[in-house]
Design a protein around this ligand. Structure first.
Ligand SMILES: N[C@@H](CCC(=O)N[C@@H](CS)C(=O)NCC(=O)O)C(=O)O
Length: 214
């Protein structure tokens, strides 16, 4: 049995944060497939009772611990591995600030936008998509500006803040209908830097469930 088990599915950027971190730290891990699309497993009473009361992936199992919320899991893995760990109080708080901004606004808007535009049939209402796209453009602009002055979110080294923020940004441009990297040159350079880290892998190669059945 692997040391770590991760409840996940390929299309989930929220789960990708954790899968990527596990790979980058060289952890012994295996994915446990959650059939989100065909069966809505995460919405069943059984899942909520036994796996995650919040009805979400990712869920990380490590020994007797079962952790949810990617920001919590990344913090746990960083502390255990001493890798991608923000150092000192200022860095810790700064990483937390960006992880919350990410959860609420960067991937918090990109996730639902991609879901309503690409993953559900028929797609969501145009007015909702237009609202989300406006919010996405604004938050990506903030992220791009942050990265103009430094190679990684906190400075010269990658931390869990970077691994959180990249969560949805490697998915194909056609899923969003616009090319994030082409439109934001500092984000593009940062994505390439993270992609060059040893053991980086694409979400569709790390987690089960891609491609979706037609
Ligand atoms: N803030 C959470 C977000 C987790 C989340 O929203 N996961 C999605 C999949 S990408 C989910 O499981 N949604 C459940 C549902 O829509 O029923 C985290 O970072 O872990």
């Amino acid at each position: 049995m692997a040391e770590y088990e991760l409840y996940c599915f390929a299309q989930s950027g929220n789960a990708y944060r954790v899968a990527l971190m596990l790979n980058l730290i060289g952890a012994d891990w295996r994915p446990l497939f959650v059939d989100f699309f065909a069966k809505g497993v995460q919405r069943t009473a059984e899942y909520r009772e036994n796996i995650n009361e919040m009805g979400e992936v990712p869920v990380l199992v490590h020994g007797s611990k079962k952790l949810t919320q990617s920001g919590v899991i990344l913090t746990y893995l960083a502390e255990h591995s001493q890798k991608f760990l923000p150092r000192g109080e200022d860095e810790r708080l700064e990483a937390l600030r960006w992880i919350i901004f990410d959860n609420q606004k960067v991937n918090g808007y990109l996730g639902p936008y991609r879901f309503l535009r690409y993953l559900v049939k028929p797609p969501g209402p145009p007015a909702v998509l237009e609202f989300l796209k406006g919010r996405i453009d604004n938050t990506l602009g903030i992220l791009d500006k942050r990265l103009a002055a430094r190679p990684y979110i906190l400075g010269s080294a990658p931390t869990i803040a970077d691994l959180s923020l990249v969560a949805y940004l490697y998915y194909p441009a056609e899923e969003f209908g616009f090319d994030i990297a082409a439109e934001h040159k500092n984000i593009a350079a940062w994505l390439n830097r993270i992609k060059a880290l040893p053991n980086w892998a694409h979400p569709y190669d790390l987690m089960p469930g891609h491609p979706l059945p037609q």
